[in-house]
Design a protein around this ligand. Sequence first.
Ligand code: ZN
Length: 223
Amino acid sequence: MSYQHQFIDNSPCDFPPGKVVCVGLNYAAHVAEMNSKNIGEPLLFIKPASALAPMQEPIRIPEGRGACHFESEMALLIGQPLKNCNEENVIEAIAGVGIALDLTLRDLQKQLKTAGQPWEKAKGWDGACPISPFVKMEEVADLQDVDIKLWQNGELKQDGNTGQMLTKVIALITYISQFFTLLPGDVVLTGTPEGVGPLQAGDQLRLELAALLNIEAGRVIQG
Ligand code: ZN
């Protein structure tokens, strides 16, 4: 499985696939559906570059590891290094905007949480981050007013707007850069709206990021 970042307009995209820095529980309604609490500060975790996969190719989920949930999220492609950055530097460092799935082995995640262990095995496996090509940042009028929708087999399951984020993009990336230097080719996932649920083999997903992106994902396969 090989993955390279792409722009939707097929213009050259030389950024090497890097780490994926994710925020959990960034939409209040999703916090509620998970029976979680808003902890007041962004909850960060990382998927390795090997988790990235092209969304249009078949989505492979592990077998025998319990439920695997979809979470659709706005994804930001980083184009310039950011370390302890100021809020003013964030927008110019974003090269593109896409939509990603933060695939989550939910049963395994629960077990790991209960045992007080890190979540990587539940969220960082190979292919755990199917991702679309990116729209160039200059095409995006307002990062905090973008509709995110996901259909599973034709049924609308997620219908959110990035205006509902608890920590908005600029504050989130500034915060991330205090812990992890963001490098060109890294990706930031900004959290999922409510409506997450389990995938089954054979599922067909469609994801939409406002008028920017409309992606028919590859069919879900198991194993
Ligand atoms: Zn997520």
